[in-house]
Each structure stands twice: as C-alpha cells, then as structure tokens.
Write a protein that binds this ligand. Structure first.
Ligand code: F6P
Length: 335
C-alpha cells in the first residue's frame, strides 16, 4: 500500500530541515488544521445546524457577524489558547489582541487570522475560507503587544489558508514552496494533493469587482480595458471571474494563473482588504508560488504596518502581470 503524505507527516519532514526546531511550529500548524476540520464540519452542516444567518452582533469594522463567523473565531482561539505555543492572536473579529489566559503557558508565536473569509457567501453555499499568518513574537513580556503583529510580511514564518469548497483544502507555506492538502473526510486527515504549487505563467483570469467601476481611479479603468482588450473575436485569452471570497478567488488564480485586484478607489482610498490577516498571508503564498503582490507602489511583503486592522489596496497573482499593473499605476496615476 502506498503511504499517503498526511499534513502532519509533511510538517515533520519540513521540521527536520531545521535541526534547531523543537516542534512548536509543527504543533501550531497541526492545531490550525484541527481548527479547520472543526470549522469544516460546521460549514458542511450549516443549513441543518441552525448556523446560517446573522448572529445579531457587529464586528469591529461595523459588519454584521454571521453565526459562522462567531463560531469560527471562537474555534481558532479554543484550539490555540492552551497549547503553550502562542502569546496571543489577532482576529478580524476583535478590536484588540486576544491574550492567552493567565492559567495557560505562553509561547513564542503570534497568529493573525481571518477565521471565516467571504462571509457574504455563507448562506448561499459558495466557497469560503480561513486565512492565517504566523510571526515569531518580538516582545518579551507576558502579554503579546501590537508590535508582535505589526511586522512586515518578510518576517512571516508561515502562512496559509483553508478553503471550504467542493472539497476542503489547506494550503500553506513556511518558505519552502506552497503545498496543498485535501481533507479526506472518511479518515479526517489532510492528504497532500498539490505539491509545490506554482502559478502558471499564463495569466488567463482577471478578478476585480467591477461594480466598483464608478469609483475606480483612471489607471484601473485603463488596465482593465487593456487586459480584456487582449481578447479577439476568435479567442478569449483572459476571462473575468469574481466570487467575492478572497480565498476562493485567490485559490483559483493560484492554480489556473491570473491576477486579482482590490485596488484603492474613490470610495475606499485605502483599499478594502486587511494587511495583516488577508494581504500578507497571501503575499507570502504568492511569492513562494512564483507570483507577486503589490499595493500599486510596493510589494505587500515590504509594507511596514502602522495599524493592527489596517486596510491595503491589493494586486496579486502572476508576477509579470502585477508588474504591469504597477506600471499602469505609475503612468495613469489619479492626480
Ligand atoms: O474581506 C472580505 C471579503 O469578503 C473578501 O473575501 C472578498 O474578496 C471581498 O471582501 C469582497 O468584497 P466586495 O463585496 O466588495 O466584492
């Protein structure tokens, strides 16, 4: 019988490349995988388990929370808080850093996560996901502090996402390529299904929400017109695709080749997506998969954060295409 490469085994192999490692990081990835399995089972059953609809609360961004948002957020924290692996977490759903309760030991890592991304798609059975980025903490006191999270993406020691789709996958990188694991629900294990994911060199997908068109800056109009202008009467080279779940849109583009833009516009001059738990984790993945990311001016991984929940314009995908978009920003700037 051919032995399957489980996520746990894969992580152990990666750990063996770092003789100094004591297993804390591997244990952390395993705990995140556990959170993913628990959330997955709830997502699968949501129509039956009274888990659809709003929770009646708002998150810090003023967005109405879905019951599954609240559930996923609590699950992530519950699987991590007692492990001695982390000092604290930053969640899309909470204003402040969540500290490890005093009764538990603290560890050297901090995690920023979006426990359930794409919430507007929950009730209609469209793919949603979880996103995480892991840093080594920089502070030495008991409590985790803002500076532990406000690091550039270059300091990420690992990042990844889970997609709850037609199958459930966990994709992660620790800086040694990007690897995807599909959950085998019959045994409850993530099995390596996509080793060393690299973005195809051909950019055949454009992902942008064009209902924001009336607020776009000139460069965005020009870029979109030109990329779609590559299509001819005979052949469609670039197709537009927008799911509205960051995880699903980026996962598809990673596998098929494409560019995703949520640019700054007149209504959202700082962009819409969050730097620490949306853009940075995916920027690390994109770079490890041979792609790139930008806010239009600089690589997402080089941005020095100045707020925990800071928004950022995001352009991400095929490297050559991201560079091309940056050129449009330079040439057709809004001023
Ligand atoms: O940040 C949450 C999110 O739902 C992302 O998953 C997605 O890419 C984006 O917002 C969709 O935004 P809009 O509703 O403006 O298209």
């Amino acid at each position: 019988m051919q032995e399957e490469m489980t996520l746990t085994r894969h992580i152990m192999l990666e750990q063996s490349m770092h003789p100094e490692a004591r297993g804390a990081f591997s244990a952390l990835i395993n705990q995140i995988a556990l959170a993913a399995k628990i959330i997955n089972s709830r997502v699968n059953m949501s129509g039956l388990a009274q888990m659809l609809g709003f929770a009646g609360t708002k998150n810090i961004h003023g967005e109405s929370q879905q019951k599954l948002d609240v559930y996923a957020d609590a699950t992530f924290f519950d699987v991590l808080d007692h492990t001695g692996l982390i000092a604290g977490v930053l969640s899309e759903e909470s204003v402040d850093i969540k500290q490890v309760p005093d009764k538990y030991p603290r560890g050297n890592y901090v995690i920023a996560y979006d426990p359930l991304d794409g919430s507007s798609n929950i009730d209609v059975n469209v793919s949603i996901g979880s996103i995480f980025g892991i840093f080594r903490r920089v502070s030495t006191g008991a409590a985790a502090i803002d500076a532990d999270f406000m690091q550039t993406g270059r300091n990420l020691v690992g990042s990844g996402y889970v997609i709850y789709g037609s199958s459930t996958m966990m994709v992660y990188t620790t800086g040694h390529g990007v690897h995807g694991f599909t959950l085998d629900p019959t045994i409850g294990e993530f099995i390596l299904s996509h080793e060393n994911i690299t973005i195809p060199s051909k950019c055949s997908i454009l992902s942008i929400n064009d209902s924001n068109k009336s607020n776009w800056y000139p460069w965005t109009h020009k870029y979109v017109e030109d990329i779609l202008g590559r299509n001819t009467e005979k052949e469609r080279f670039v197709v537009s695709r927008w799911i509205g779940s960051l995880v699903a849109d980026l996962h598809r583009n990673l596998i098929k080749g494409g560019i995703f833009l949520y640019p700054a516009d007149k209504r959202q001059p700082s962009g819409r997506l969050r730097l620490l738990y949306e853009a940075q984790p995916f920027a690390f993945i994109a770079e490890q998969a041979g792609g790139s990311s930008s806010n239009g001016y600089q690589n997402i991984l080089d941005i020095e954060p100045d707020e925990l929940h800071q928004r950022v314009p995001l352009i991400i995908g095929n490297k050559a295409e991201v560079e091309m978009a940056e050129e449009y920003v330079r040439k057709h700037s809004e001023s």
